[in-house]
Design a protein around this ligand. Structure first.
Ligand SMILES: [Zn+2]
Length: 296
């Protein structure tokens, strides 16, 4: 997709996500300060962000509800979702405990000195990418998935996250958000993280997880011809419900993996020291953020 189309889509996409929603959703908006952009603003609920078939596959209504909040509650200033703000909160707690936004963090000399990789644009309509792009040493790449559907932002390189082209021990910090579930072999991707991280470096990431589910579930794999083989009915992330069935605002990528609570063990099996950042009262796990630290 061309940069011009991307730019147009971002301009159109923000007001769409903030305004095109059932009227009753307004009652669930909340005031607050955005930890991505730093603005005092309103967070806009949008009950159409999760597709109906995904909700059905999850079964328990509280899972669908928790993910609807996670994937909406859009900052009226930068369009960061609750997921992106939660990711921002953890980033701040680890790298600049006194700061209140990633907008401030990226101006911090100590943070600017780090070698940071952003894998796959982070944030609805690039909301967190817009901040991270201010880092002088940011290595930014997109992941298009085996279907080649992922979107490309101007200036990004395209990387297969299970076979990165970066040299060993390149990064202090890798960041990805809701990407590993679209990778046919996410374990290979975690092992690649370990390879390209410096000793003691960290891959901080989110994935959709149903924390009440003990085991990670492989829904699809790649066949010998490179086409997906489905073990369970295919689920896609990208389209939503309501009007968003017809105007997807993200790439409609196949979900290869649905993660369960054992993800922490899997991170360890892939050679990284797992970290789990939870929010009290979040039984579903929708606001969990994960880390994997390279030994050293
Ligand atoms: Zn914001």
């Amino acid at each position: 997709m061309s940069g011009l189309v991307d730019a147009a889509k971002a301009r159109l996409g923000r007001p769409i996500l903030l305004t095109l929603r059932p009227r009753a959703d307004r009652r669930r908006d909340e005031p607050g300060r955005c930890s991505a952009c730093g603005h005092a603003t309103t967070f806009a609920f949008n009950s159409w962000v999760i597709p109906d078939d995904l909700r059905t596959a999850w079964g328990a209504p509280e899972v669908g509800d928790a993910y609807t909040r996670r994937e909406s509650m859009f900052c009226r200033n930068c369009c960061a979702s609750l997921r992106v703000r939660r990711f921002s909160d953890v980033l701040l707690s680890l790298y600049a405990p006194g700061m209140h936004s990633v907008a401030a963090l990226v101006q911090d000399p100590a943070f600017r000195a780090l070698d940071v990789a952003e894998i796959n644009t982070i944030g609805s309509m690039g909301s967190l990418h817009a901040q991270l792009a201010r880092l002088p040493k940011l290595a930014f790449s997109e992941y298009r998935g085996p279907e080649g559907l992922g979107e490309m932002i101007d200036g990004a390189r395209n990387e297969d996250v299970s076979r990165l082209t970066y040299p060993d021990a390149s990064f202090d910090l890798m960041l990805s958000s809701d990407t590993l579930e679209h990778v046919p072999d996410f374990r290979a991707a975690l092992r690649e993280s370990r390879r390209v991280l410096k000793p003691g470096g960290r891959h901080l990431f989110t994935v959709p997880i149903v924390a009440t589910r003990p085991a990670t579930e492989e829904r699809a794999a790649l066949g010998p011809d490179g086409e997906p083989v489905h073990r369970l009915p295919p689920l896609y992330h990208g389209r939503g419900a309501g009007i968003y069935r017809y105007i997807p605002v993200g790439a409609d990528m196949l979900t290869f993996t649905e993660f369960g609570r054992d993800l922490v063990d899997i991170i360890r099996e892939c050679g990284l020291e797992p970290e789990l950042f939870e929010v009290p009262g979040d039984a579903v796990g929708a606001e969990m953020v994960f880390g994997g630290r390279a030994p050293g």
